[in-house]
Design a protein around this ligand. Sequence first.
Ligand code: SAM
Length: 251
Amino acid sequence: MESEEDIFLEMFDRLPRQGPGKDECTRKAYSMLSDLQESPHILDVGCGSGRQTLVLAEISKGHIDALDLNGLFLDDLNERARENGFSENIRTFIGSMIELPFEKENFDLIWAEGAIYIMGFKEGLSYWKQFLKKSGYIAVTEITWLKSSPSARARSFWDNYPEVAMGTIEEKKAIISDIGLDFIGSFVLPEKAWWDDYYVPLEKRLEEMKIKYEDNPVFAAIAEETYAEIDMYRECSDDYGYVFYIMQKKE
Ligand code: SAM
């Protein structure tokens, strides 16, 4: 029988992206980096199949090191980079965000869409900061409470996300300040960033897999969890959202 990991990989393989996001949001966040040097050296952490990596390659004209734990996603990214003429700009690395295989003070910009939750917002920023050059930028998206009193339903669903509370924008800003990064700005991703390239294709994939894995309990458990997450967002999208946070290293 397939393992959980096999099912997860099949669920996300060749989808447009593996988390909420939108090309226009990647562009907007990038436009907020006012002092970024030309042809920057960028690290894209937890790049997945790299929808945002391709946008960054196009707008930055720089060099991007795209890192993910999962080689299948990187194969997909390498193929898309070739098709779009960005093979020279994008290098992929199989590796972990918690032990980056790079020199310190190496990057002008560190980017992470939908991936910092794996380490935790505070832990990720504190660790990745060392890999930025002087005055380098960090831009991440992270799920965030949009209200100080979210509904009980949403709170109980996300209570242990991932191990610590999700936090509001103000709470995230306090963490950024504690870490010693300059807060440049933030914005909430629109609801379509959850649907168009993420939940809609994911639901379609689940429907296809349902036929193939009709009596498979591993698939049934994962599908149930995923549908519950999608339903939660359908009902409670006022309570939480993905937020882009843009920061700069002071020294
Ligand atoms: N950035 C992509 C996007 O927005 O479509 C992917 C986001 S997906 C939610 C999180 C990604 O983090 C996955 O591609 C997963 O393989 C990767 N990942 C999980 N643990 C990791 C780790 N320890 N180090 C690096 N990448 C990791």
